[in-house]
Design a protein around this ligand. Structure first.
Ligand SMILES: [Zn+2]
Ligand SMILES: [Zn+2]
Length: 83
């Protein structure tokens, strides 16, 4: 039996589960829901969320950035020391 995601309410397969109330949240939903949240808590029982918050990667952004980088000359590799 698969519970629906507490955020988007569709079936949550790749998800994190609250160990207290059993609520499930998709990894990408958790990434968005807990984004910039230093004290992540379950949306249902407000208990501390014990899981590592996944980093949501915007694929459209990274793809356009990587396609741009791939067209750049290889000499830019020597200039990647900026932090
Ligand atoms: Zn979801
Ligand atoms: Zn909970």
């Amino acid at each position: 039996m698969v519970k629906p995601c507490a955020i988007c309410h569709s079936l949550a397969f790749q998800s994190q589960t609250c160990e207290n109330c059993g609520v499930r949240i998709h990894l990408p939903c958790a990434a968005k829901f807990f984004k910039n949240n230093t004290d992540p808590r379950c949306p249902s029982c407000k208990d501390y969320w014990p899981h590592e918050i996944p980093v949501f990667q915007s694929q459209t952004l990274s793809q356009s950035a990587s396609s741009r980088a791939s067209t750049a000359p290889a000499s830019t590799a020597s200039r990647t020391r900026r932090k």
